[in-house]
Design a protein around this ligand. Structure first.
Ligand code: C2E
Ligand code: CA
Ligand code: CA
Ligand code: CA
Length: 281
């Protein structure tokens, strides 16, 4: 047993040791964050490129760590995905966003048909109780299913297309909509796009970034918009930061834009102000 112990020590290189320890501490920190209410939500408006009204919002998680300060979701979501903590986090995001946005819908701050978009991770999407969770959250929050949009990345959908289709169909039956996120970064086949019950396609920011300089990106973006429209799918461009991008997207009949040009992700209070100002503008 002694020898084995020594071998084990050698087996764990210093690098691995460090990354495992780091991982364990992240896991603990995430647990603390959940119990100590360190998470909040930000909401980023999605804007109609026809008349510039707000068609909906995307809920984005924020973590204000007492010592580390702001921790990016790109940093901790992958860890939570690996540890399984994403299930608890994801449920919290659903509950909070549905409750907060239902209030804005009721007060008339958001249009009746607004889409409240929530990101679902691969693990959440594959969870056997997903439909139960969604039904419960809708019931508890009072949000109408038609106001809920679930954003699923192209790569998550492509992990297991057949079961993705089945999962989406069962949720679609209760009235929930789906958006395919980060489109263009994965390997989805166009044939599948036709079979998946998708209402919205989000063109990944990497394609929007270099408009109007990169002619390839522009050709791809224009083609994706045209193809999606042929399939009856709404197109949202991510990461819109400039007027030039808006002009190009409008010329190519892109439906909606989301990005810093229109608004950064906002706190609930800021969002209420944003919507009020837009109404009086
Ligand atoms: P995403 O779903 O692609 O979200 C869009 C990201 O782009 C957000 O980053 C948003 O703040 C950022 N963004 C929006 N407009 C612009 C722009 O004009 N320029 C630039 N440079 N960036 C823009 P954020 O909030 O840091 O989130 C990063 C990623 O973390 C998200 O990418 C998503 O994959 C994940 N994430 C965030 N919240 C959640 C959540 O509640 N659940 C899950 N599962 N994942 C989440
Ligand atoms: Ca998203
Ligand atoms: Ca995205
Ligand atoms: Ca992304």
């Amino acid at each position: 047993a002694k020898e084995l112990g020594r071998n084990n020590v050698q087996f764990f290189s210093e690098d691995m040791n460090r990354s495992i320890l780091e991982h364990l501490s992240w896991e603990q920190e995430i647990n603390d964050a959940l119990t100590a209410n360190q998470f909040t939500l930000a909401y980023q408006p999605k804007i109609s490129l026809r008349d510039y009204h707000t068609t909906g919002v995307e809920a984005l998680i924020r973590w204000h760590h007492p010592e580390k300060g702001f921790v990016s979701p790109d940093r901790f979501i992958p860890v939570a995905e690996e540890t399984g903590q994403i299930l608890a986090i994801g449920r919290w995001v659903l509950e909070r966003s549905c409750t907060e946005m239902r209030a804005l819908l009721q007060s008339g701050a958001l249009p009746e048909n607004a889409r409240i978009a929530v990101n679902l991770s691969a693990r959440q999407f594959a969870a056997p109780d997903l439909e139960t969770v969604i039904s419960q959250v809708l019931q508890e929050s009072g949000l109408s299913p038609s106001n809920l949009e679930l954003e699923i990345t192209e790569s998550t959908l492509m992990l297991d297309v057949e079961s993705a289709i089945a999962t989406m169909a069962s949720l679609q039956a209760i009235g929930v909509r789906f958006a395919i996120d980060d489109f263009g970064t994965g390997y989805s086949s166009l044939a599948y796009l036709k079979r998946l019950p998708i209402e919205v396609l989000k063109v990944d920011r990497s394609f929007v970034l270099d408009i109007p300089d990169d002619t390839n990106d522009m050709a791809i973006t224009a083609a994706v918009i045209a193809m999606a429209h042929k399939l009856g799918i709404i197109v949202v461009a991510e990461g819109v930061e400039s007027e030039d991008q808006v002009n190009f997207l409008r010329n190519n009949l892109c439906d909606e834009g989301q990005g810093y040009l229109f608004s950064r992700p906002l706190t609930l209070q800021q969002l209420q102000l944003f919507l009020r100002e837009a109404q009086t503008a």
